[in-house]
Design a binder for this molecule. Sequence first.
Ligand SMILES: Cc1ncc(COP(=O)(O)O)c(C=O)c1O
Length: 431
Amino acid sequence: MSDKLNVDRSVELYKRACELVPGGSQTNSKRATAYAPGVWPIYFDSAEGCRVTDIDGNTYIDYVLALGPITLGYCYEPMDEAIQAQLGKGIIAGLLSPLEVEVAEKICNMVPCAEMVRYMKGGAEGTSAAARIARGYTGKEVILNSGYRGWSDIWAAQAGNPGVPEAFEASIEGFPRDDLNALEDLLKKHRGNVAMIALDVAGGTAAPKEVVEGIRKLADEHEALLMFDEIVSGFRMAPGGGQQYYGVTPDLAVFAKGVANGMPLGVVCGKREVMECAKDLIISITYGGEALSLAAASVCLDIYKNEPVQDHMWNQGDKLREGFEAAARANRVPFRCYGPSVMHSMKFEYDDADLAGKVWTLFLQETARRGVLIRRGGLLFITYSHDDEAIEQTIAVVAETLPIIAEAVEAGDVDDRLLGGEVEESFRSFA
Ligand SMILES: Cc1ncc(COP(=O)(O)O)c(C=O)c1O
């Protein structure tokens, strides 16, 4: 095996991108500097099933999967057929698409809280619309939020982000997701003025069931709406999302990644009484009824309903986790998987954070070279197309890589083994 993965064309193109695109990419978490710069692929040429091929001609088993939207697999045939069939009939028109109704009915049948539905094009649009609906419905202003909800002012105000008016900061406050006492204190602090509690039940780790139930109870006691951001958990933890998995029904929910296997569609849904107020609010987008994504969603939802997609993802995730952790034990590497197996997080538990960061870079460098793409820390996404062969091959690659890590840490020469450039953190979450 050659020492260094050839990603020359990717690196060259990215140099041009950095002159043209602030940050080099449209998604902060996809910036090349966040992976193993110079020794990790940057641009894809094609993708099929669970594999992606870069513009230098290397093919990998992929666990980054566009950061979550790919659930069935790349170029999944029934999806592609549905998109092509709709393409022949038109993308969007002045008249509405019947698919708007068809997909809404399927979502309402699958998602516990869904009685009415509006479509968006992405997650941040969806969570922003949910915030507008919650404030419009309750007449209250404050949002208590745990985690990343998207780039808009409503959410970025929580991080005091440059470019967001300072005045917005008073309208949102963060809480640590699993701390019911902290949430209760905030509800008391803003008594009578909390429009909505927003959270992602499985961001990084899965919340304990009693916490999710406790948050529901606190929301009711304080007459605040409860919104689940199901952008990652939706159609992954269960066909009906985290709310089905936990058996706790929120008032509002937002889905995006996963609703149409990569086609750009966001969904805001919730209880009829709450959602109905959206009719009178300024929530309107030109592309909401774009029919290619709706055609894809319609088929995707049928597959979720009729096939064991989520069971498959859980099973394959369990196998990966067991395989990774067994290899870690065998090589005495302090590596751990945590969170739900459909999308587990991973950690190198070295006390020295700088060393842990460099070990991650070495891990990415060595796994990519052997044909596997894993994201620093996870989430490790899985699709319906990750068959046993792919899983076994991945475990074998990790089992070959961890001894290299052990040896490098033992010898104190991790730096010397890094063949690429500097890594930069590219994404900051809110709380
Ligand atoms: C939990 C969660 N909420 C919201 C978003 C924002 O979604 P989008 O990037 O589609 O706007 C993301 C994106 O990563 C997410 O993971």
